[in-house]
Design a protein around this ligand. Structure first.
Ligand SMILES: Nc1ncnc2c1ncn2[C@@H]1O[C@H](COP(=O)(O)OP(=O)(O)OP(=O)(O)O)[C@@H](O)[C@H]1O
Ligand SMILES: [Mg+2]
Length: 385
């Protein structure tokens, strides 16, 4: 089934005390794999393992403690990936303490960003409706996760920014604390704060410029998909809403926009004792025919929107990386009507290695079933069907 095509291919996955898997080896032999099982058996957990290899993040949880099997101290995800340029072995060791080890070809990597980019994947799950309905944080996480895969250096950029943000917030709290105690010589602290303003502007401008750039590339692709899925009936607009607005995409002028904005928000920052300026307050607006998608009634329309975003991600990753990423579909087929299911299946064709979970096979068409490898999962055990 596999012979003859050159694409990014996950051939083997090996889970050890990861979620509800004690010890599980999975060999992928077809381009499409259906993972079939009842609720709470481990379908999403399996896709989550692949997502972690691709992004070093899980969109379900933020603490590694939850990923490690209860009563165990470490969990492991091992994988073999074939690419145009050869075969790579990935290893991710998760600990309840939160410290991670990432390995490439059995060598631990000092920089986690070197792990990113070996395996690429786009996940589409029912949780993704939160992209439309949820808080801005959900949309920021979404675009950040895509950026991590497109340009792994973004991992460093984001970490630097978050570190500056934490330290600056701590300083603002300290200043407030001292003010409350009636201290009058705050000079040193205010001087320190101005250094952190510069840092925030430097690191924050990198984040916002990259987010703007990726959205500029993603928007037309999503728009095309949306047109085609909705039958040209609706127009989708994706707008970046940066907390600090800037126009000219050069570092110095974006940084200046940060400094100016910080100056105008100084009093609010003192009052709230936290940073109110910066990309941690960005949002992305999704608008269908001039109406915010959030307030658009129909769930079907929201699903169409999310499906368009995901297909656009897939396409952009393929363009940038030069090989088709994996597609992870968690429980979404059953949620789409027949027409949209077909849109999705046609878009995938044979172009992407696809892992798809389902509780039953009714939703699949015959040709799809015939060309798929089918696994069943029951209480953390996977078997070929
Ligand atoms: N750290 C952990 N240790 C042990 N078991 C865990 C851990 N985390 C999750 N589980 C178990 O994994 C199961 C859920 O697995 P998963 O989310 O993959 O289900 P699913 O097959 O996708 O189900 P659904 O169809 O409802 O989406 C639950 O039984 C849960 O108790
Ligand atoms: Mg699930």
């Amino acid at each position: 089934m596999l012979s003859g095509f050159l694409l990014m291919y996950l051939t083997q996955l090996h889970l050890r005390t990861f979620r509800n898997y004690q010890e599980q080896l999975v060999n992928f032999s077809g381009q499409k794999t259906i993972i079939l099982g009842n609720n709470a058996q481990g379908k999403s957990n399996l896709l989550e393992a692949v997502e972690l290899l691709a992004t070093l993040k899980s969109h379900r949880v933020s603490k590694d403690r939850e990923l490690v099997t209860e009563d165990a101290e470490t969990g492991q995800i091992l994988a073999t990936v074939n690419r145009k340029y050869g075969t790579s072995h990935l290893g991710l060791i998760l600990r309840t303490t939160g410290r991670r080890t990432v390995m490439l070809n059995n060598e631990p990597l000092r920089r986690h960003l070197d792990f990113l980019g070996v395996l690429n994947a786009v996940e589409f799950s029912s949780l993704d409706l939160d992209l439309v309905r949820g808080a801005p944080e959900t949309r920021r996480n979404w675009i950040d996760t895509l950026l991590l895969q497109l340009e792994p250096i973004y991992l460093r950029i984001l970490q630097d920014y978050n570190q500056v943000l934490r330290q600056r917030n701590a300083l603002l709290k300290e200043i407030r604390h001292r003010e409350e105690k009636g201290a009058d010589n705050l000079g040193d602290y205010l001087e320190q704060l101005s250094l952190w303003d510069t840092q925030l502007a430097q690191t924050g401008s990198r984040v916002t410029r990259r987010r703007a750039r990726v959205l500029t590339r993603l928007a037309p692709l999503a728009q095309k998909w949306h047109e085609s899925i909705s039958g040209k009936k609706e127009t989708l607009m994706i707008n970046y809403l940066p907390n600090v607005e800037w126009t000219s995409d050069d570092p110095a002028s974006v940084q200046k926009a940060f400094i100016d904005r910080i100056a105008t928000r100084r009093i609010a920052e003192y009052q709230l004792a936290t940073s109110v300026v910066g990309p941690h307050r960005d949002d992305i607006s999704l608008v269908i025919d001039d109406t915010p998608a959030k307030s658009y009634g129909s769930q079907g329309q929201q699903r169409t929107l999310v499906l368009s975003l995901k297909l656009a991600e897939l396409q952009l990753l393929e363009e940038v990386i030069g090989e088709p990423p994996l597609l992870l579909l968690d429980d979404v087929l059953a949620e789409l009507d027949l027409e949209r299911q077909n849109q999705l299946l046609n878009a995938i064709e044979d172009r992407f290695q696809t892992l798809i979970t389902a509780t039953h096979l009714n939703a699949f068409d015959g040709a799809w079933l015939k060309s798929s490898q089918i696994f069943t999962v029951e209480r953390g055990k996977i078997e070929a069907r």
